[in-house]
Design a protein. Structure first.
Lengths: 273, 273, 273, 273
């Protein structure tokens, strides 16, 4: 497994700083916007920036809004091949999206729309050699944040993936969402490695699971999630990809990036030990 | 369009009687179990029975329970190719299933399962040249008959069909379900002919739509549905297939088959006029 | 059916002239580049230009090179949603590509690539409500123009469409290619209307079929193809879409556009009579 | 990886003997007909027979003839769910078929048919939790045994799998076919583990590759294939499934099953060392 960083939890930091700091603090992977990087530095410049720091691109975020209207979906599609092409140019093979656990659409109708839209996204990504990671989202308060329940468990997400029925679609496994849906390391061992496309790591406060907020996460090793067990299970099933820090917080952190990165490094050292 | 009969509404009647009576009362199509007919009469015997009466097979019912457990689904699949092969041997090109508007599964999970299962059924049918008709079910009481809402409008059913994404899947348009979901002849004109795989005809009591029961239907022409408008809309879009009577009633009818068939014929004569 | 014009066979003519002349000579449809038109006139301007002349957009050509390398395919994909979106904005619901009957790839490998690539194109088009028309290409000399045979008959093209397995994919039926593959009006009657997404009309010299060149076509009514039978068969199966003139010639025509349009109109009047 | 046996190469031997002998000679897997075993012993009896010998079922062969006519294909489909269900009952998760490298169909048409048919087979198997292994076939003489070339390389087979586009389809990697197509251990290392659904092991005479016959194979370790390298590469990519002996010979072997099994065991011991 490869330690990775996203910008979430590192305050105000540019792509170039993230790449440099990742290298400095022992991370091998960053999750950033490939298209923006290529547009700024050119394809060769962007590739060189990464390789000079011995850092690779772990995943890109999905640019397409698939949860809204047909118009929004179509609008996002226009740019998707450009994002996928930029990612492929930089050797990135994963694209991530998250699944909100409730929706203002009727649940069944929304599921039908989601299957059709996510399938097309998967197919376009596949043309560029990119896999598609679906992130189930666990915090309980989001299950009623919109009018009707959608899906949030791994079992449901795998059923959605079966309905999508494409070889390049799998899970984004986030430690916080595992914790808030009761998906234990033991459950993790029931997955096949190719079902795990990407991994997020973070930690949770010592509160009842039902009270944990989505945007109130802790740095790895600073909370009560069994992250050693989480990582051991991923290793056991043969997962060898990125494990990327993602810390959503209610307010921007006040420390400097270096202070935050030191915390991140310490946390990774602790849970990867 | 071709006038057709099913057993629903004709009391106790055998396949052989239905075929003979259909011919006698001016119907060109029957909906019966192709596999049972072939098993009883042999392929050639069954084909001859139909052709001797100048009657063709409009559709078969789906033998697979796709609304329950994986085990039930797999059990049904075992016989599906046999049903499809028998239908194909008799020149039948449609298979029908209905969609109950609520479910004890979580709505989103059930939709994902439904997409995957109905898609496989469609693919198996397609190997035998058979199209798959999905019947939306309108009566309001069924929307809360199980724990969670599923789908019942044409718009939702078309979204499900898009999620299934197979060329041989379309609608079963039933006059009673159109009536109870507010799907008017004007709406019907918005469909393309290939979206309509099969048609059921029947009539409704003069009650508020929300009070109409699924198993309390009337014979065509005996109720208040605008069946002339219904048929005119189907003709306008270019539908040329079977229009099959299906009368679900709370108790078995007390008349003789001939009395019932006379009513059916009179009803068809009236609304097809 | 709606009479239509493409630029092929009309010499040097702009989109704006084509639209104006189509109206003037009694054509209801033009096949032009929707994206270019929208980029030049804006969405509303382009739509107004068409509606002012009571002309609609019959189809757009496919911008993606799917017959070459992965790189070429991926490059073309980048622009495809933009083309599809522009077409949808102008109410166009068809996109066309042609299938060369031989290839420098090994035939089986090329077919596997073609299925995967054409399927993705179809799916992207479908997100914008656009159907995908595959044009089989009949002239015999092209069957050996590249190293290995690919497909050229309707039967083979339908098998390819079955392998693609998407509801929005069908045939582009071109009179010249029907003539050069022996696909008669009688054969045409065996198709369902939704299998015909678009139609090209043109005519052939009185030569043995095997000698006819792809780029040596005549105007409708000036050759020996039974175009009345062709159109009658299309009408019989219920085809109601555009019938667009496409005349490929070895050298650019020397007449003025008006002279050519007069010939076209005369030809259409003759064969549509 | 788990050592496995098929009947190919062991002379006349019953399923029950194969199971018992597999256990006796240190093999953990057998490839036999699950449906036949269940029909003979009942589901529980068959499962007990296997578990009593600490042997599992590695794969079943495909019962469907997908290389011939539509009628043959449809006939085979009728039994496929029964085979898949029996395999699932015994815990078997793989089904195998081989791809002959030439065909009497036109290559492109045959590829289109193969994509559609293999996809449906894959989908039916998937409903029972079974993956589908496609075996590319290398011996050169078979490339011209029928009228037109089909596919035989891994690259081509992966292109076919991409065209099929289902998550449960992958390769059957057979040492003999790797040898005869120049697919080296180094190439093997380029595959992902989930792309390898099943493995066959056997050996080749010391002849020019182009002269090797399909039905003239040797026991593992008795020929010139670098089987240690083959197995090392499979281990390196993370393949953990069965490695099943398959020895096709021109005449039935003359030794007793025990003599043949001793040779097999010795061969496996040598190449697995």
């Amino acid at each position: 497994m490869i330690r990775g960083l996203s910008k979430s939890g590192l305050g105000s930091i540019t792509d170039e700083q993230l790449i440099a700091k990742a290298a400095e603090y022992g991370f091998g992977v960053v999750d950033i916007d490939a298209k923006a990087l290529v547009e700024k530095h050119g394809e060769q410049g962007a590739a060189k920036l990464l390789s000079d720091h011995h850092v690779t691109l772990g995943s890109i975020g999905l640019n397409v809004e698939w949860r809204g209207t047909d118009e929004q979906f179509r609008e996002g599609l226009k740019q998707l091949p450009l994002h996928a092409a930029a990612a492929a140019q930089l050797g990135c093979t994963a694209c991530c999206t998250y699944i909100l656990p409730s929706t203002d659409y009727k649940s069944a109708l929304f599921t039908a729309l989601a299957v059709a839209r996510l399938r097309l996204i998967a197919d376009i990504l596949d043309a560029y050699g990119i896999r598609f990671a679906l992130e189930f989202v666990g915090p309980h308060h989001l299950r009623t944040a919109w009018a009707n329940p959608f899906i949030w468990t791994v079992e449901e997400t795998l059923a959605l993936i079966s309905a999508i029925n494409r070889p390049n679609v799998g899970l984004l496994v986030d430690a916080y969402h595992c914790h808030t849906t009761g998906f234990t390391p033991e459950h993790l061992r029931g997955l096949r490695p190719e079902q795990v496309v990407h991994v997020h790591i973070n930690d949770a406060r010592d509160l009842p699971v039902a009270e944990l907020l989505d945007n109130d996460r802790l740095y790895p090793g600073e909370g009560i999630i069994d992250l050693k067990g989480f990582l051991a299970a991923l290793a056991d099933i043969g997962y060898k990809g990125p494990v990327v820090q993602e810390i959503l917080t209610r307010t921007a952190p006040e420390e400097t990036p270096d202070e935050l990165l030191s915390r991140s490094k310490a946390g990774f050292d602790k849970v990867f030990a």
